[in-house]
Design a protein around this ligand. Sequence first.
Ligand code: CP
Length: 319
Amino acid sequence: MKGPLKGWPKDLVDLDQLTEAQITTILDTALSLKEVSEREIKKVPVLRGKLVVLFFHENSTRTRLSFEIAAKRLSADTLALSSSGSSMSKGESLLDTARNILAMMPDALVIRHGAAGVPLFLGDRLPIPVLNAGDGAHAHPTQALLDLLTLREAKGSIRGLKVAIVGDIAHSRVARSDMTGLVKMGAEVRVAGPPSMLAPALAEEYGVEVFTRVEPALEGADAVIMLRIQLERQQGRLFPGAREYARVYGLDPVKAGLLAPGAVILHPGPVNQGVEMSPEIYESPQSLILGQVTNGVAVRMALLCLMVDPPEHLGSSRA
Ligand code: CP
C-alpha cells in the first residue's frame, strides 16, 4: 500500500480536512475522468487489481451505485455489504466486522452509517483509506464535492457565487458538508428553513447567512440547493404538514422568479416530489438534479484514484 499523498488525509471524513487547492484537484480530476463514462467501453485500467469494499449500513441508491460504478469504471473489484446481510445482524460489532473485511485485503473501504462519527472511528483503526458515504446528520463529503463540480460546470467558478440552501438544515449532513465546501471555495452562502429546522450558531460555525423565510434567501441567488425533508431523523413533527411546507418553503415558479437570471437548481435526492419543489421546477431546464447524479460517478472516480492509487504526476509528491 502506498499511503496518502503528501499533505492529504488518509481518509475522507468531511471537507474541513481538505484545502481549497485539494478540493480543486479533486474537481479537476473528476472533470478529466467524466469522459470515461461517455465512451463506448466505459473502463480504464487505473485501479486494476484493487479491491474496494462498499459497506452500506443505511439505505442508499445514488451514493452506493455511483461508488460501485466509479470503482468498476476504474477496473477495481468491488465487494458490497449491507448490515441486514452481514453477521452484524447476529451481534458482531462494527469494528470486528471491519477487521474481518480488512483480513480479505481490500484497498479502500466506503462506509455509510446512521451514526455520526463511524467513518472517523474506522479510519483511525484501519490502515486503508476510509471514505465517508454519509454518517448520520454529520457529513456527506462526496455529495458536497459533486455539488461543487455541478456548480462549477454550470457557472464557471464557485468563488463569488451566491448560493441558497433551503430546507431541513439541522438534520442534513448534505447541508453541513455543502456549507463547509462552498464557504471554503469562496461562495456566499445563505441558508433558509423553518426555525425548527435551523440549528443554533449556524452563522458563527459555518460563516453563512441565516433566514427563517425563504424569499430573502432566494433573492438574487445564482444557485439554490433544495434539501430533502429528513423525516427519518426528526424527533416529532417540525412543521404542520407536507402541503404547508410546500406552500411556505417549497420551490415553485413564483419563488424561483426571485433567483438571479440563469440561476440553477440542485437537490441531493431523493426528492419528496411536490414537497421540496413543484413538478415544473423539477422538470425545468434550470434543474441540474440528474446532472448531479452523473457528476457523482466522476467525483467518486476521482476520489478513488487520488486516495487509493494516485496518478504518477501527483504520486511523486507523496510523503
Ligand atoms: N444523495 C444521496 O445521498 O442519495 P442516496 O441516499 O440515494 O445515496
